[in-house]
Design a protein around this ligand. Structure first.
Ligand code: DQA
Length: 143
């Protein structure tokens, strides 16, 4: 099983960005934990982070043939991007939406996600553990 992990804008700033909300680990440190988890359950993972919506759209389109699932944190694009939703639909991506913070306990403008209704499921509020939970979930539903 191959899983692509996509992170959207400003997640390259983890570790120094609003630490009370997003934790102290850098994206690199989180990815190292994801690799460890993936190895333990024998899942192949690759990572992509971009601050640019179009690059995320293109990556989703190109990923379809190579990956079984996507785990995506669209970050601020969650609340704005019909283009990312359409890309996920266009290649029939099976994906889990992950947020480090609990978006439902935050500002009103974060309550809407353009991708939740087409996701396999949503994990929000467990910090970087959310990525590990998502990997476990995919591994379990594939068995
Ligand atoms: C986020 C939540 C979004 O509202 C925000 O714009 C982010 C991070 C999260 O993981 O909690 O950049 O996706």
């Amino acid at each position: 099983m191959k899983v692509l992990i996509i992170n959207g804008p400003n997640l390259n700033m983890l570790g120094q960005r609003e630490e009370d909300l997003y934790g102290q680990l850098t994206l690199e440190e989180i990815n190292a934990l994801i690799i460890k988890k993936a190895e333990s359950i024998r899942v192949e993972v690759e990572f992509f982070q971009s601050n640019e919506e179009g690059r995320i759209v293109s990556t989703i389109q190109e990923s379809a043939k190579d990956f079984d699932f996507i785990i995506i944190t669209p970050a601020a694009f969650t609340h704005t991007s019909i283009a990312i939703r359409d890309a996920l639909l266009s290649v029939k991506s099976k994906f889990i939406e992950v947020h480090l913070s609990n978006i439902f306990s935050r500002e009103d403008f974060r309550q809407n996600s353009f991708v939740s209704s087409i996701a396999l499921g949503v994990i929000s509020g467990f910090g970087h553990e959310g990525y590990l939970m998502a990997l476990d979930a995919l591994n379990n539903i594939e068995k």
